[in-house]
Ligand binder design. Sequence first.
Ligand code: ADP
Ligand code: PRP
Ligand code: MG
Length: 210
Amino acid sequence: MTLALSKGRILEDTLPMLSAAGVTPEEDPLTSRKLVFATNDPGLRLLVIRASDVPTFVAYGAADVGVAGKDVLVEHGGRDLYEPLDLGIARCRMMVAGLPGALDGPASRPLRVATKYVETARAHFARVGRQVEIIKLYGSMELAPIVGLADVIVDLVDTGNTLRANGLEAFTEIDTISSRLVVNKASMKMKHAAIQRLLATFATATGGGD
Ligand code: ADP
Ligand code: PRP
Ligand code: MG
């Protein structure tokens, strides 16, 4: 059984859950340069990969199970994965934000939206019937309105510190975000018992199951 973990802040929240479940990696994934970790359970190994790549590894069966943010799952599409458990970690909100008044926008052209969440932004503005031009970025979205690259951004907000530090305000909540367990569809059939055991372990660690 292969479990794909998102590196970064999700990993920091996932490792204590694994530890509580009695799973010990051969080395500390927070400090090691390894990408594959054997564990004290001979039937379980861990992969540590970019958060946005987890759905791809699981969808193709390179991992049976993964931990991924809902933001990443929405962008991926998710139809080729099962999503059986909300782990309740790495909670934040997907929001539209910008300089005060920016959502009123210029009437002369479509609203410019900078984001790494292109599909999420497209779906949101389609839902509210607003014409937009989407500018794909890979990080530091908060910079875009300040330098006139975009009118608004679509990005994650947790404490609001990053928005505040850059003079931006949040306008609209698009979604609430947390990390989920995702399961490869074939693995769910072929390795049913082992996956149910892993799910039960995580459910106990989240306080959400028996
Ligand atoms: P990345 O380099 O992809 O931004 P992160 O570790 O910052 O990696 O984010 C991984 C996941 O953690 C995101 O997909 C999201 O689900 C969640 N996340 C991101 N930023 C925050 C935040 N500020 N607070 C809580 N959760 C967050
Ligand atoms: C995330 C997100 C926001 C910030 C929100 O960035 O893209 O910029 O956190 O959190 P806050 O509301 O608590 O300030 P992150 O720190 O992950 O930076 P990066 O993804 O651009 O590396
Ligand atoms: Mg980040």
